[in-house]
Ligand binder design. Structure first.
Ligand code: ADP
Ligand code: MG
Length: 697
């Protein structure tokens, strides 16, 4: 975009410094470009008139015309309202005002014909429109025929007379100046192939569409453009990384073969084998691997990681495994230790609570190369932790680690960069993965080990607690273990903490002769660990806990997961929690406990959980319910600054954008072809304006 668009917003006529300050604070509108890209979030249909007998409460905003028969003020004091009775040839409807009555009285007189616009509601048998827009009939408004944009605004802006209408006026004024300055920023090939609306028309029609058809075309064009450029930039990142960072060649599969033939306790699933092959191909390629492995809880990601580590170690390098919590690091250590012993490998654990003497030893053995595998938490990222030759870094449960941390791991090995394998059990819908991790390759373990019985999930009301406790007793008598989880959204929330303690006491009263554990965020890590280990060893039968057990913990004998106040959890979290059971051969159960009072969304979440155990299906519904913002968190923003696209709805356009971006970069990686000049110019302006992309990688 030309320099015109970087003009500060205060210089637009009708704005000035004070409103400019407010616009930047409230809506992050700083420049002309920001304002012109402040898109309407909906449009009011002014393309047709309805007759009054067609009016129905399900209609959103409608336009009618008629004459006011009479006006009356009803009620007194705070209940006072003004009612105007509007009539056309077919029927009558009430227009009501609770506020601004004097203003309305001045504007409306009986016998006059008006064009009225508003949202109809039904009270008893009567329809009415509260606070409608009302104008005397003119030849101009009778022609109607347009969609009126509605812009996002805030209470503070409205207080300064910057409501949707006023913003619309500002944009109209700006468009008049801007209209001949828009440059086409897609190649004519793309515009023609996809029959896209040109940039200039799209910018006009997104704000002031003539009709629904032009609006759809404008929207499609702008969404495509936005997603296309996100993809081009992500793919560029990936390409430059591949060029810049040579990967260590890992091509010795001796250890892997020995392990596979002599020590692997089960058959790998087809999906596990496929993912290992995908990694092995990358290891041998000479390029640095950056691969995200998505696999539902219990799909067996750990063993895949271990087998990949064996390739790294066999090829004279070391491996690191980073987990988000100490408990998980511990569990990984315990899980891998027997395998390491069998294979004659040395493994150690490094966390924030490792003793100094341990640390020193670990640091030494890492540098000498004596240590083959280091398992740990964030502590692995500290600068003092240096490897002789790190070949593979595995990051478990990706969603707790940002891109920056990934970068830190790469830097552990200056000469050549270790391969990075990121494992996540939070299934991310394809559309989101493409945008968030567009710079990674993605593998999926989309198959559970055989013999697993699908977890049975039910929703029970608090009133049925006795029955639920009876079931728990029954399961424990059969030798199983049980989780009872309480929401503790913030570890500091006293109410939640009290709920947990009350819950623990009532469980203790109900199960007097059964050993219990309790784990929550206020306990010291060592105490948490101790209790967790008692449960893992089967010494305690019921684990009362907060969500600290959410991620990764593996107790195959646990067969019941009870989630208290289940309505307070998000879908992704419910799914994670449920994944703690169903890991052994026994039938497992998940019981979602709630009060009778439930919001509509909470009901959908609970129903979803009862109906499916498919993580990807759940992730899709989650995305639709929450929108992508919550799923991605802030650490990714920058990559995710989407102004018009909505990842929960625009999956198809995203797919198309990615396909076109890949084709473009394959055919013309440096964007040297004349036809791609507009694209190159646009990318350059983006990189100048927005962020330093190389830093993010
Ligand atoms: P997640 O993918 O959730 O991290 P884990 O790696 O913890 O899952 O594996 C869950 C359990 O399944 C572990 O006890 C593991 O030993 C077991 N497991 C993994 N792969 C298989 C397989 N192919 N067949 C049988 N059991 C398996
Ligand atoms: Mg795991």
């Amino acid at each position: 975009m030309s320099r015109f668009f970087s003009t500060k917003i205060e210089f637009l006529k009708g704005v000035g410094p004070q409103r400019a300050a407010l616009l930047s604070k409230e809506l992050e509108i700083f420049t002309y470009a920001d304002l012109i890209q402040h898109y309407p979030f909906r449009y009011e249909d002014r393309t047709q008139f309805h007759t009054i007998d067609q009016v129905h409460e399900d209609m959103p905003f409608i336009q009618i015309k008629g004459s006011v028969r009479h006006i009356e003020t009803i009620g007194a004091g705070r209940k006072k309202r003004l009612v105007a009775h509007l009539k056309d040839d077919t029927d009558e409807i009430e227009l009501t005002w609770f506020k601004g009555i004097p203003w309305a009285l001045k504007r409306i007189s009986p016998g006059t014909e008006y064009v009225v616009f508003g949202k109809p509601n039904k009270y008893g048998k009567k329809y009415s429109i509260a606070h409608p827009e009302i104008e005397p009939v003119t030849s101009a408004n009778l022609k109607g025929g347009y969609l009126q944009p509605v812009y996002p605004t805030t209470e503070k802006l409205k207080a300064r007379y910057l409501d949707s209408r006023a913003i619309s006026k500002l944009i109209k004024a700006l468009l008049v100046q801007a209209v001949d300055r828009f440059e086409e920023n897609l190649s004519s090939r793309l515009v023609e192939d996809l029959k896209l609306m040109d940039k200039r028309s799209a910018m006009i029609h997104i704000h002031f569409p003539k009709n629904n058809q032009t609006l759809q075309k404008a929207r499609f064009r702008l969404k495509f453009e936005e997603l296309f450029y996100t993809q081009v930039r992500l793919l560029n990142l990936k390409i430059s990384r591949i060029e810049k960072y040579r990967g260590i060649v890992l091509n010795d599969s001796k250890l892997l073969t020995t392990f596979y033939n002599e020590h692997l306790p089960f058959d790998l699933t087809g999906a596990q084998k496929r993912v290992i092959k995908e990694c092995y191909r990358d290891f041998r390629s000479g390029r640095q691997m950056n691969r995200l492995v998505q696999g539902d809880v219990g799909s067996g990601k750990t063993i895949v990681a271990f087998i990949c580590m064996l390739i790294a170690i066999g090829s004279d390098t070391q491996a690191a495994l980073m987990a988000p919590t100490e408990i998980l690091a511990e569990q990984h250590l315990n899980g891998l230790q027997p395998f390491c012993e069998a294979m004659g490998l040395k493994i150690a654990r490094l966390t924030g609570s490792s003793k100094k003497s341990e640390r020193i030893k670990i640091h030494e053995e890492l540098l000498s190369g004596e240590l083959n595998i280091l398992v740990g938490t964030h502590a692995l990222l500290e600068d003092v932790v240096k490897f002789k030759r790190l070949g593979l870094a595995v990051i478990d449960e990706q969603h707790r680690f940002g891109v920056a941390q990934r970068a830190k791991l790469w830097n552990k090995n200056q000469a050549s960069f270790p391969h990075v394998l990121v494992m996540t059990a939070t299934p991310i819908p394809r559309t989101l993965a493409m945008t968030l991790y567009g710079d990674l390759d993605i593998s999926q373990i989309d198959e559970l080990p055989s013999g697993r019985k699908p977890i049975k999930t039910t929703h029970q009301y608090d009133a049925q607690r006795l029955k639920v406790f009876g079931f728990v007793k029954d399961q424990i008598e059969q030798g199983r273990q049980v989780y009872i989880v309480y929401p503790l959204i913030e570890e500091s929330a006293n109410m939640d903490y009290k709920d947990l303690m009350d819950g623990f006491e009532s469980v203790a009263r109900a199960f007097t002769d059964i050993p219990l554990s309790i784990v929550h965020g206020r306990m010291k890590p060592a105490d948490k660990d101790f209790e967790m280990q008692r449960f893992v060893k089967g010494e305690t039968k019921i684990m009362v806990a907060t969500t600290v057990i959410e991620v990764g913990v593996n107790v195959p004998n646990a067969s019941v997961m009870i989630i208290e106040n289940a309505e307070r959890f998000g879908l992704a979290q419910l799914h994670q929690l449920r994944g703690r059971v169903g890991r052994g051969a026994d039938q497992s159960y998940c019981i979602l406990m709630t009060d009778y009072k439930l919001s509509k969304e909470a009901k959908i979440r609970l129903e979803t959980m009862v109906q499916t155990t498919d993580g990807f299906e759940i992730a899709d519904i989650d995305l639709k319910l929450r929108g992508p913002g919550d799923l991605t968190g802030t650490q990714q923003s920058g990559l995710m600054d989407l102004l018009i696209s909505d990842l929960s709805k625009d999956g198809e356009i995203l797919g198309l954008a990615r396909e076109k971006a890949i084709a473009l970069l394959e055919a013309d990686p440096q964007l040297d072809l004349p036809e791609n000049k507009p694209i190159k110019r646009h990318i350059n302006s983006l990189t100048q304006n927005v962020i330093n992309w190389s830093k993010i990688s």
